[in-house]
Ligand binder design. Structure first.
Ligand code: HEM
Length: 157
């Protein structure tokens, strides 16, 4: 962990806790009447792994999604024409927030504010890009998310 400010990935505890959150999230999705229809037959292990790699990279971990899974362009291609509704977006964000608790991710307000900030941002972009006729940014790096306005609370630090 860097002496100055840890990445969100480091603060979360690395890849394993983030994978736990993603798995808990998709377990909930499979039971959800608004989101399960996106994944007929359930959410495959590979999809769970890829999305876990995406979150890890966004939070400052290894750049595996860029190197092995096609980067931003592949993520964008998966969302095109899904026609995500506002209600589905909110449910997605709500289930991920619950999944962060399921997975016992750090629950300090600063970390959770950063996580929810990314979730709100990402789901709104995904919804917009998923509309038929949308003209999203075609090429971009995988985003990197940080602590935002609230740096990590470290007593005495
Ligand atoms: C923070 C917001 C989001 C992130 C980070 C995210 C991330 C991703 C990534 C990385 C993939 C591609 C996985 C792969 O490479 O195999 C993907 C696919 C997918 N996403 Fe999202 N997503 C977000 C929001 C949403 C929302 C709001 C919905 C729907 C309500 C959604 C539905 C889907 C579906 C259905 C696929 C799979 C499509 C297919 O297999 O053809 N995503 N997502």
């Amino acid at each position: 962990m860097s002496a100055e400010q840890p990445s969100l990935y480091e603060w979360a505890g690395g890849h394993e806790p983030l994978s736990r959150m993603i798995n808990a999230f998709y377990d909930r999705v499979e039971q959800d009447e608004l989101l399960a229809p996106f994944f007929p037959g359930g959410v495959p292990v590979n999809h769970r792994r890829h999305v876990g790699d995406w979150w890890a990279e966004v939070f400052g971990g290894p750049d595996r999604y860029t190197r092995e899974h096609g980067g931003y362009e592949n993520m964008l291609a998966h969302h095109r024409n899904l026609a995500i509704t506002a209600e589905q977006r909110l449910r997605f964000a709500t289930l991920m927030s619950l999944a962060a608790d399921d997975a016992a991710l750090p629950d300090d307000p600063e970390f959770r504010a950063a996580l929810i900030g990314y979730l709100e941002w990402g789901t709104r972009i995904a919804m917009s890009n998923s509309q038929p006729g949308a003209e999203p940014t075609e090429h971009a790096p995988v985003p990197h998310w940080g602590w935002g306005v609230a740096p990590p609370f470290r007593p005495g630090g």
